[in-house]
Design a binder for this molecule. Structure first.
Ligand SMILES: Cc1ncc(C[n+]2csc(CCOP(=O)(O)OP(=O)(O)O)c2C)c(N)n1
Length: 630
């Protein structure tokens, strides 16, 4: 097997040209087999096999640098840099990450996970190279989906001034996770359909040279402008900005790409190499359903169907259903996504109300200010977005929504630990960053019915409102508790004495198990569903502090700026002697892995919480200082 001969970076250079196609086939076969077991990003990786091979053939790693935008397409890069064995543990706890990681390999020069950062980071590396007098090639690889993100243009604007080499490879597969959208996508599409590949253009060049006086024509063209690129018109958007455009190139033709890379390396400025690829290439189910195979759970290779089909609805499904109802009830309801119609569950809304659905591209900042505009214009926007991606739009939430107190509802999906995507994707900061913003209100549902109630309630308040809910199955426990939503009020589920558990959203479920165990151990224990993180229910805190010796807050968010801190402030203001134990995520980035293992790692699993509660309760009885924060 050719792949077995590649055990470290640059080994690919030992492979004969005539074997490139075979190697690409082996890589695809390997990726399909491995990802069918572990799950992971399949479609984008299958599309980038030859492109990655060509980069590795053209560069000298780790001296030269490749920055992978988002980083989900870096599997072939991992294979070609000696990490074949890592695929056994891909995205598993303690195993190999699904994204580039500097600490994983010298050949990973910049960590990624969120989109549209690669050109900025690449430009930084270029400037560092030049200032330090080093000689190396820096390549940023960005997809056409990621080119819809504003940061990419901020970086291009900056890169246009460069008078030194910087290569930007635009991997254009005409897809984001779902269909790519907007003017840039249309522009790239026009280039793709209006012109042939660079190879074809070169054959024009060759033909010209073979006709009488042809060499004069070619020389004149060259003199007018200095490279092969000027034999074609595409890419003027980039050219006019001052960035050399090369392409389009067939992204499945290794030799064509190696050739164009040679040309690109000669440029004395920023150069964009436009590469056309096919998402899912070589695996028919992924070619047919690129969105489904963008990121996939384990699947059956034969049929392409999931190995463990989902039988219970998740929170996204519940959101999806509620949205269709809200859309039917009120024509002012509009929905916005930043390139995630599938992931956020807005596809059904889109199909039913296409005029009231907006996919703005991978542009969370724009999505939020656009929603603010929609609200200022009298509509009722709901922005559906993952917790970690909303981090980008902090200023837009503050400056454009909350100062004006505009009625924008944020449906914050994947809030909490998300698992295999790791640090960049964990949704564990939203309670902190959202609650620091005046006029923002935050709710978290305990179960699937409450998600529905909260979304309806949020829309009715006509205020900036966030409803945060986790990845995974929608809990259908505590069905009997469905008291009406009251602004800023929590829900007392069980009233006893000694210990009070006050849990936020997803942690109510864990709190039920903790309470059961504590009762079996002889403790008497109240349970409160916080419902609101902002405004916090001070009356409830006052009452609970009065009636219990120990108050335990539980949240799937970092401790810093989270619910526990707010309760502590409240207890301070009350001069309460009730002790507080705050269960939250420590001040760390949490790596990839199975969510239940991650809960154990951060101390958010029921067993760990029970131990901490019992210890805190025992010392609460003996500690003469009274209130103490844990
Ligand atoms: C800020 C941000 N928003 C959303 C995402 C989720 N996301 C991951 S990949 C992707 C699509 C990327 O498309 P493209 O750049 O064309 O790469 P392809 O997968 O098609 O190769 C999206 C929306 C993200 N990673 N970062």
């Amino acid at each position: 097997m050719l792949l077995e001969r590649i055990t470290k970076e640059n080994d690919i250079k030992k492979i004969r040209k005539e074997d490139y196609a075979l190697l690409a086939e082996e890589i695809r076969d390997f990726l399909i087999r491995k990802i069918s077991v572990t799950g992971g990003h399949l479609g984008s990786n299958l599309g980038a096999v030859e492109l990655t091979m060509a980069l590795h053939l053209s560069l000298n790693l780790p001296d030269d640098k490749i920055i992978w935008d988002v980083g989900h397409q870096s599997y072939t890069h991992k294979l070609l840099t000696g990490r074949r064995a890592g695929f056994e543990t891909l995205r598993k706890y303690g195993g190999m990450s699904g994204f580039p990681k500097r600490k994983e390999s010298e050949c990973d020069c910049f960590d990624t996970g969120h989109s549209s950062t690669s050109i900025s980071a690449g430009l930084g590396l270029v400037k560092a190279r030049d200032l330090m007098g080093e000689k190396r090639t820096i390549v940023s690889v960005i997809g056409d989906g990621s080119m819809t993100g504003g940061m990419a243009y901020e970086a291009l604007n900056n890169a246009a001034q460069l008078q030194t080499n910087f290569i930007i490879v635009l991997n254009d597969n005409n897809m984001s996770i779902s269909e790519n959208v907007g003017g840039v996508s249309k522009y790239l599409n026009n280039i793709r359909t209006a012109t042939g590949y660079l190879d074809l253009k070169e054959s024009v060049y060759n033909t010209l040279q073979n006709i009488p006086q042809g060499d004069v024509i070619v020389r004149n063209i060259r003199r007018a402008k200095s490279s092969v690129k000027h034999l074609m018109i595409p890419g003027m958007f980039f050219e006019d900005m001052g960035i050399t455009y090369l392409g389009p190139v067939d992204g499945h033709n290794v030799e064509a790409m190696v050739k164009v890379m040679k040309e690109a390396k000669r440029c004395k400025n920023a150069v964009l190499v436009h590469v056309i690829t096919q998402k899912g290439r070589g695996y028919p189910p992924a070619e047919r359903h690129p969105a489904r195979f963008h990121g996939t759970e384990p699947f059956d290779i034969e049929t392409g169907l999931p190995s463990h089909p989902r039988t219970t609805p998740n929170y996204t499904d519940i959101f999806s259903t509620v949205m269709t109802k809200l859309g039917a009830r009120d024509e002012k309801v509009v929905a916005i996504t930043a390139a995630m119609p599938d992931g956020t569950g807005l596809k059904r809304f889109r199909n039913l109300y296409p005029d009231r659905f907006f996919d703005v591209g991978i542009a969370e900042q724009h999505a939020v200010t656009f929603a603010a505009g929609l609200a200022a214009g009298g509509l009722k926007p709901i922005v559906a977005v993952y917790s970690s991606f909303l981090q980008r739009a902090y200023d837009q939430i503050l400056h454009d929504v909350c100062i004006q107190n505009l009625p924008v509802v944020f449906a914050v999906d994947r809030a909490g630990l998300v698992g295999s995507d790791g640090e960049t994707h964990q949704g564990i900061f939203d309670l902190s960053y959202l609650s620091s913003i005046p006029n923002m209100h935050i709710m978290a549902p305990k179960n699937k019915w409450e998600l529905s109630d909260m979304l309806k309630f949020a829309l009715k308040t006509e205020l900036p409102m966030a409803v945060r809910y986790p990845r995974g199955n929608a809990w259908d426990g505590l069905k009997e508790f469905r008291s009406p939503m009251v602004f800023g009020k929590s829900e007392i589920l069980y009233e006893e004495e000694d210990i009070a558990l006050v849990a936020v959203g997803s942690m109510v479920r864990t709190a039920v198990s903790v309470r059961r165990a504590l009762k079996e151990m002889g403790y008497s224990c109240s349970l409160v569903n916080a419902r609101f993180v902002k405004p916090i229910d001070e009356d409830m805190i006052r009452q609970v502090a009065k009636e219990h010796k120990l108050l335990v807050t539980m949240e799937e968010n970092v401790a810093s700026g989270g619910f526990g801190e707010k309760v502590r402030e409240c207890l301070d203001n009350l001069h309460s002697s009730c002790r507080l134990l705050s269960i939250a995520i420590p001040d760390e980035y949490i790596e990839h892995g199975n969510v239940s293992l991650l809960y154990q790692e951060v101390g958010l699993d029921a067993d760990c919480i029970i131990k901490r509660v019992v210890t805190a309760y025992i010392s609460a009885g003996t500690d003469p200082r009274g209130m103490r924060i844990w």
